[in-house]
Design a protein around this ligand. Structure first.
Ligand code: CP3
Length: 333
């Protein structure tokens, strides 16, 4: 069928009972991520339920700082925490580039397994966090309300923060290249916290490092691999994001997709951009929202339907099915 393709950020995870069951048996979330067989199983779970057009590797963006020795753990109801946050220029200069094969080999191993299981039927997306987003967790030590520590570092010791971001960009490029070599067919960079910066600081401390990563990516076994840059809150800067050379931009829901397309449409593909909260609405209302986004995008080429951020754990799986099916139904050509 020729229709708009759809996948969802966080399409695997806690809203699925089969995920919660496996997670209970496996122990911790990190145990799931670090076991290629289990990571493969969780990646495939949403594809068994829904008519999705892509799989996304089940992992986390914080595997990279974990591999750099920061001591990652998850506190129930609070999110990720690092035992050893990196708060000072001295601590930054003691960090070393992780050995991808040695410390993170479980990720390309999962990619190889998933590709074998998918058997060419559905493409697999790999991912990583943006250097700025990883640095916010590494400096704050966990989730943050006002980004006090990283922003103090940015204003008081910008050279030290640039050294951290440069190290993270090199580590992330190597990490994504390992996923690509293992068979990832597209890669998305999650810049969850780029939107908390001023325009000038976004360009200097977030976008510049995503641009470096895009430039360092190598072709995979089947040729060049498309890239998706997703900055939550990045609507004001779409022209700058398009100018990095990325193949696609992920949009959150605070911008109308027709406005975004008018600004950058023929330079990059657009991914998005339903409000994730639409999944709390009744199926008929979900269908209307899907139709509105498809109508706005119109007949232009290059739309991948998605939410503007991840599926939340409280969502009813049937509502996800309603959204996915509506995308195919209303965009069928
Ligand atoms: O999209 C997918 O299906 C792939 C899986 C995926 C996860 N994390 C699984 C996960 C992806 C792409 C991520 C990326 C990620 N991780 C981001 C960027 C995207 C975003 O949501 O903004 C960020 C900021 C993280 C860091 C992180 N990891 C957070 C904030 C949390 C939530 C903590 C909580 O308890 O709510 C995690 C844990 C996490 N990552 C879970 C899953 C399924 C939940 C773990 C569990 O308890 O089972």
């Amino acid at each position: 069928m020729d229709a708009t393709p759809v996948w969802l950020m966080r399409q695997a995870g806690r809203y699925l009972p089969e995920y919660r069951k496996l997670r209970e048996e496996a122990g911790s979330f990190l145990d799931l991520c670090q076991n290629p067989e289990l990571a493969c199983e969780v990646t495939l779970q949403p594809l068994r339920r829904f008519d999705l057009d892509a799989a996304i590797l089940f992992s986390d963006i914080l595997t990279v700082p974990e591999a750099m020795g920061l001591g990652l753990h998850f506190v129930a109801g609070e999110g990720p925490h690092f035992a050893h946050p990196v708060r000072t220029p001295g601590a930054i200069d003691r960090l070393v580039m992780p050995d991808i094969e040695e410390e993170l080999g479980y990720v390309p191993a999962a990619v190889r397994l998933i590709r074998r299981e998918l058997d060419g039927k559905t493409p697999l997306i790999g991912f990583a966090g943006s250097p700025w987003t990883l640095a916010t967790y590494m400096v704050e030590g966990g989730p943050s309300k006002n980004y006090q520590h990283i922003k103090a570092l940015m204003f008081n010791a910008p050279d030290a923060l640039h050294r951290l971001l440069d190290l993270l960009a090199r580590a992330t490029a190597a990490y994504l290249n390992a996923q690509i070599a293992a068979g990832a067919q597209a890669v998305q960079i999650f810049d969850t916290w780029g939107g908390v910066l001023s325009p000038a600081n976004y360009r200097a401390f977030s976008l510049a490092y995503m641009e470096k990563i895009v430039a360092q990516l190598e072709p995979g076994p089947d040729g060049a691999v498309p890239t998706i840059l997703f900055t939550k809150g990045g609507g004001p800067w779409l022209e700058d994001i398009a100018a990095t050379g990325t193949s696609a931009i992920g949009l959150d829901w605070t911008i109308d997709i027709d406005d975004a397309a008018a600004r950058v449409g023929d330079r990059v593909a657009l991914q998005g951009n339903a409000d994730p909260a639409i999944l709390f609405a009744r199926p008929e209302r979900i269908r209307a929202e899907v139709r509105d986004i498809l109508d706005r995008f119109g007949d232009r080429p290059g739309h991948v339907f998605n939410l503007g951020h991840g599926v939340t754990p409280q969502v009813e799986p049937d509502h996800v099915a309603a959204l996915v099916d509506a995308v195919h139904e209303f965009s069928a050509r």
